[in-house]
Write a new protein. Structure first.
Lengths: 122, 91
């Protein structure tokens, strides 16, 4: 039992360190498009280790496999990329409208169409 | 104080520190999209806090709250991104 407890504690503290470094990245990185990468650490490593700790703890506490916490990982792995893509497109659109310096488009990507938005919709 | 509760306390302290750092970004953030990212981050940290509390107090009731928090975090940041992109949420 003490081995399981130590493993759960290790996973919890590891996720705490990972989440803190992710927050430091969100604070210190200089650009929005760089800053967007920092929460990915929380979405993947932080959530995975807390979920594994929870599965271990409840499985050994109740004596049966407790996999329901897995739903959170499944939900996050579906929703996190969607949020990231939506925010990146919003940031590109707003940066283009404000005339800021934006990252170069990838060389192999197809040419972007005209800027769509509320101004060009009417 | 057992090993597990000490580890849970340490983890909660680390989460609180990261929420405070993110709150600074939320107030400072030069553009609106920075604030949306920070808000989404705080939502996820709160979800992790609920999961750690479930382990700390050995109760399965926190799981539903954590699931709802993940769901509402996604819905709110998707709606905010849509608002930043189009100027309105539902067209």
């Amino acid at each position: 039992m003490i081995v399981v407890e130590a493993l759960v504690s290790l996973l919890l503290v590891f996720s705490g360190v990972v989440v803190f470094s992710s927050a430091l990245g969100l604070w210190r990185l200089p650009d929005f498009f760089m800053r967007m990468h920092a929460p990915a650490l929380l979405y993947t490593v932080g959530t995975w280790s807390v979920t594994l700790a929870s599965i271990l703890h409840f499985s050994f506490a109740t004596g049966s496999l407790a996999l329901h916490v897995w739903l959170i990982i499944v939900l996050l792995s579906i929703t996190a990329p969607v949020t990231t893509v939506l925010l990146a497109r919003a940031a590109l659109f707003r940066g283009r409208q404000a005339g800021e310096a934006l990252p170069e488009p990838l060389a192999s990507s197809p040419a972007e169409g005209p800027v769509t938005g509320p101004a060009s919709k009417q | 104080m057992t090993l597990l509760s000490a580890a849970a306390t340490l983890t909660l302290v680390l989460y609180a520190l990261s929420a405070i750092v993110t709150l600074l970004r939320l107030f400072r953030g030069p553009r609106a999209q920075d604030r949306v990212v920070a808000l989404d981050f705080i939502f996820m940290v709160a979800m992790l806090v609920l999961l750690v509390l479930a382990i700390r107090y050995d109760s399965a009731m926190y799981f539903e709250a954590a699931l709802l928090m993940a769901l509402f975090g996604f819905v709110s940041s998707a709606a905010l991104a849509k608002f930043l992109l189009r100027g309105e949420v539902i067209e």
